[in-house]
Design a protein around this ligand. Structure first.
Ligand code: DGL
Length: 268
């Protein structure tokens, strides 16, 4: 029987964007094994109904639990926005999600209490970030903006293309008019746009990338639970997807920042 500490961390997302969280985990927890699941056959989730997203999320969680994981990380903001409660109710395995992490940093970062949040249509209409921030910072003023064009632009690799810049100016105008001092990047894809977004909002606005905080929360939690992998060996990683679309490897490697391991396919 494998010791619980040697089990992998299950990280999941609607597609490959969650590899931004894997990248941060690998930097902060280099000895941990990671089992990444991307539902590439059904991405994008950001425009789907909450019921459908919950159903898909639980299907993924059941798959990861069958594989045996010691921790589950919801790397997808859209899933975290509408399915986090259902996921936690499903299992006794600890669960971390990117929204909790983003909320924690945003509340700790803002000086004026005016916080901007950007994400997919479903994430923004769920109000999950607003509710989370208000729980920690009751007087804060949240200005949210769905940015549905950002996901395809990032997948196209247009990270600092004039079209992306123009789109960002348009989307971010109301947040800048509201004079936010903190901007939460509430979608797996947005950290790749960070330099361009910083340029558009200016140096007075702090950008919050929840991938880094999610990784540090994972490290703290595994340490508390005595579940850090003790073996100082190069860990094995697995990447499981429901479809291998065109350009998958190139796009995935852009998110991960290094070569991807062999890709496993599951079909439901
Ligand atoms: N992973 C999603 C998120 O973080 C973006 C892609 C999608 O719409 O499925 O919200």
């Amino acid at each position: 029987m494998t010791a619980r500490s040697a089990l992998p961390i299950g990280v999941f997302d609607s597609g490959i964007g969650g590899l931004t969280v894997v990248r941060a985990l690998q930097q902060q927890l280099p000895y941990e094994r990671i089992l990444y699941f991307g539902d590439t056959a059904r991405v994008p989730y950001g425009v789907k109904s909450s019921d459908t997203i919950r159903q898909y999320s639980l299907q993924i969680v059941d798959f990861l639990l069958e594989q045996q994981v010691k921790l589950l990380i919801v790397a997808c903001n859209t899933m975290a926005a509408v399915a986090a409660e259902a996921i936690r109710a499903r299992t006794t395995v600890p669960v971390l999600d990117v929204i909790e992490a983003g909320v924690e940093v945003a509340a700790a970062t803002t000086r004026t209490g005016r916080i901007g949040v950007i994400g997919t249509l479903t994430t923004i209409s769920s109000g999950a970030y607003e509710q989370g921030v208000r729980r920690r910072h009751a007087k804060s003023q949240i200005v949210s903006q769905a940015c549905p064009m950002f996901v395809p632009l990032v997948e196209e690799g247009w990270l600092d293309h004039p079209v992306t810049r123009l789109t960002a100016r348009e989307y971010l105008a109301p947040l800048l008019a509201a004079d936010v001092d903190t901007l939460v990047l509430g979608c797996t894809h947005y950290p790749l746009l960070q330099p361009m977004l910083q340029d558009v909002v200016g140096p007075a606005v702090t950008l919050v990338d929840s991938a880094e905080t999610t990784a540090s929360r994972a490290r703290a939690l595994l340490t508390d639970l005595g579940l850090l992998n003790p073996a100082a060996i190069d860990p094995l990683h697995r990447v499981v997807v429901t479809d291998v679309p065109q350009r998958f490897r190139a796009i995935g490697e852009r998110f991960l920042g290094k070569p991807l391991p062999e890709i496993e396919l599951v079909q439901w």
